[in-house]
Design a protein. Structure first.
Length: 523
């Protein structure tokens, strides 16, 4: 049973799951403008517009009730300890693997992405879940640290206990992989989670919580609340111990503002404008393949997707020839054989079309596709070159299958342009000899050298950005610590040889201490 907050008209928590075929509520995103707020909304298949399921629009009272239940569940979950949680998370992992095809179908139904893309994000999420569960004790468990010379009479230990309840707000583009970067790590750290999925993918959120509840049924350790932005805002104000948000920069700022009311700490994972740099000695086939897949897969709706390519002049013609050939072979569609699916969020189609028009008006050249490539709900691959650096296709997140490829004089020029954005999420560098050297000079959170997005599949590596891409990290040791609070403990082992933290200390003690510090630190 899914442990959700239940709306007044829903008789049981399981009724918050999908009622396939229902059209009782508003369509996703249509809450604005109606005088009576909807109590239900439909999630739609973006390929056909058919209703996939109906879900309640949960209000602040229901969100608060879910968080209150989670607070009780959190105590039970924390008391299981690392070993107990590892075992239970292992059971969930195995169930997710067993259900991979059914879960992928839910992802495909709500996002329109090809089934194999849905399977891929599930595979990656499972791998992260395994890593988080396996490593939580090593990273977060109590450990000794050196007490230092001045406190050598103390035993010093450090542990990372959980916050209690963590709120997770997720986007629709990778509705399993992205929120699981927070959910899996928060759970492994010992927190209960209340998850608000995107209004476009509530069914995926429910499917995750339902599989979890199948193997961990004693307490509602992972709950889902559904609705629009207001439901997410209510979660921000609900008094959770921490709020992990993944979504757009604009919403991230609203989330921070709402969380500031209770001084709720936040993790903010926002959008990107990721560059791919092609050096003169790069493997051009591999670089072109990475640019096209990194830019077009999932219809370009990837926070760490390639949006800007900078190729050095000596190899630009050869590289462009390869990019064009590959992009021509890529096809958007709703069938199983399509390379990528529709634009999941209808409003994004206008954003991509607007950036395309703006770039062409300012003198960019279309090498693949053009304005006719936009045929909602699909956008066929578009490759632009000579794109002015101040056009919106370069300065703003596109989130569509539109790739810009600009020539640069050398890698210095490429680095300067790559860094000339308010975002700083990921990047790729193709270079035989200088990949890591170039990577070190990029202002972003993750870099793939001679690859693309590979860092997201390495569970031990932290994932997150700087600037408008947000702050804080999911994945890896940093991702585990993100969902825990450091707790320092000192225990006196024997009386201090020089006792200065008392009103009874004499001047002699202070003289001895200062003399000691002069010896140790003064030279
Ligand atoms: P949005 O910012 O529109 O929404 C993200 C989530 O926030 C949704 O669940 C949304 O609910 C919710 N929300 C909306 N308004 C509020 C509010 N006022 N308070 C609290 N929550 C709110 O992003 P998208 O879903 O469109 O996702 C795409 C964005 O996510 C892109 O910018 C992409 O780059 C970024 N992203 C970043 C990743 C990263 O790890 N850095 C990974 C994946 C995506 P609802 O849908 O119901 O409106």
């Amino acid at each position: 049973m899914t442990q959700t907050g239940t709306p007044a008209e829903s008789p049981s928590s399981s009724d918050t799951g999908p009622s396939a075929g229902s059209s009782a509520g508003s369509s996703a995103g249509s809450s604005a403008g109606s005088s009576v707020p909807p109590t239900e909304f439909d999630s739609l298949d973006p390929r056909s517009g058919t209703v996939v399921g109906s879900y309640p629009v949960q209000d602040a009272a229901e969100v608060n009730a879910a968080v209150a239940r989670a607070a009780v569940a959190a105590e039970w979950w924390a008391a299981l300890g690392f070993a107990g949680r590892r075992k239970r998370l292992g059971e969930w992992r195995k169930l997710l693997v067993k259900r991979i095809d059914q879960l992928a179908e839910v992802v495909t139904a709500e996002t329109g992405k090809p089934l194999d893309d849905a399977r891929l994000e599930l595979v990656l999420a499972v791998d992260h879940l395994a890593w988080a569960a396996r490593n939580a004790q090593r990273v977060l468990g109590r450990r000794k640290v050196g007490a230092g010379l001045l406190m050598s009479n103390q035993s010093a230990t450090l542990a990372y206990p959980p916050f209690g309840v963590v709120g997770v707000i997720g986007p629709w583009n990778y509705p399993v992989f992205t929120p699981m970067g927070s959910i899996a790590y928060a759970l492994a750290a010992g927190n209960a989670v209340v998850f608000k999925p995107s209004e476009f993918t509530p069914g995926v959120g429910h499917a995750l919580a339902e599989t979890f509840a199948e193997v961990i049924s004693e307490q509602p350790v992972l709950q889902v609340v559904t609705g629009f932005g207001e439901t997410g805002a209510a979660l921000c104000r609900s008094g959770v111990g921490k709020l992990a948000f993944t979504g757009s920069t604009a919403t991230g700022k609203r989330v921070m503002a709402a969380c500031s009311e209770n001084l709720t700490p936040v993790l903010i994972e926002c959008g990107g404008k990721d560059p791919l740099i092609v050096d003169a000695d790069a493997d051009l086939d591999a670089a072109a393949d990475a640019a096209v897949w990194g830019g077009m897969s999932n219809a370009g709706q990837t926070c760490v997707g390639v949006e800007r390519v900078y190729v050095v002049e000596p190899v630009a013609d050869e590289f462009l020839r390869r990019v064009v050939a590959r992009a021509h072979a890529v096809r958007a569609g709703g069938e199983a054989t399509a390379d990528f699916g529709p634009m999941t969020m209808p409003a994004q189609i206008d954003v991509v079309a607007g950036q395309l028009r703006d770039a062409l008006d300012r003198g960019a050249h279309a090498l693949v596709g053009g304005t006719a490539s936009v045929r909602a709900p699909y956008i066929e691959p578009v490759v632009l070159t000579d794109v002015p650096e101040d056009s919106t296709a370069i300065t703003q997140e596109t989130f569509g299958p539109l790739l810009t490829v600009n020539r640069v004089t050398d890698t210095e020029d490429a680095i300067t342009r790559a860094n000339a954005t308010a975002y700083g999420l990921g990047a790729s560098v193709f270079s035989a000899k200088r990949g890591e050297e170039i990577a070190a000079r990029l202002r972003c959170g993750m870099v793939a050298v001679n690859g693309v997005i590979t860092f997201a599949g390495v569970p031990a590596l932290p994932f997150g950005g700087v600037g408008d891409s947000g702050f804080g990290r999911i994945h890896g040791e940093d991702g585990l610590r993100e969902f825990a609070r450091a707790q320092a403990v000192t225990r006196q082992r024997f009386a201090p040889p020089i006792s200065v933290m008392t009103f009874t200390r004499g001047a002699r003690s202070m003289r001895r201490l200062v003399s000691l510090v002069r010896t140790v630190h003064g030279r």
